[in-house]
Design a protein around this ligand. Structure first.
Ligand code: FES
Ligand code: FES
Length: 161
């Protein structure tokens, strides 16, 4: 069985698993990291959204064999330790989610938060702020329809990041 090594939430991990197993199953079933949710498995619903080297990715659509040992995978469990929380227990975007009472059933919410953080980082790299068009382009599905509160929380989280 091939050995796969990558960095997960700041620590190097190694698992014995075939190359073509998707990263989502490695996280959830082999490593017990269940923040990234399974919704579709085909890169449509975005429930599994996490970060790869600081940018949004969908682990249901990436083969574990394509990760390199120095690749950094961050899930919602490791978000507060990425340096943007300034010593707080929660990342500013997580705190915004609580302040705005965004979650309903909660299933899509880890992916929503990870997508929101990646969006703010992306627009900052581009030297601008989040626009309505950016918010309209988010593809994370919420079956509970919490989209209005999500947009409010992203605005707050962006201000505090
Ligand atoms: S489970 Fe990954 S995009 Fe739907
Ligand atoms: S809060 Fe239920 S699916 Fe989004």
């Amino acid at each position: 069985m091939p050995r796969q090594t990558f960095v997960l939430n700041g620590r190097s991990v190694t698992v014995d698993v075939h190359d073509d197993v998707r990263v989502l199953w490695v996280l959830r079933d082999l490593l017990g990291v269940t923040g990234p949710k399974y919704g579709c498995g085909i890169n449509v619903c975005k429930a599994c959204t996490s970060h790869l080297n600081g940018r949004a990715f969908n682990p249901c659509s990436v083969r574990v064999g394509d990760l390199r040992p120095h690749d950094r995978v961050t899930t919602i469990e490791g978000l507060a330790d990425t340096g943007e929380a300034a010593g707080a227990d929660l990342h500013p975007m997580q705190q915004a989610w609580l302040d705005r009472d965004v979650a309903q059933c909660g299933y899509c919410q880890p992916g929503q938060i990870m997508a929101a953080v990646a969006l703010v980082r992306k627009v900052r790299r581009e030297g601008r702020s989040v626009t309505d068009a950016d918010l309209d382009a988010i593809r994370n599905i919420c079956r509970c329809g919490t989209y209005t509160r999500i947009r409010e929380a992203i605005a707050q989280g962006e201000r505090r990041m």
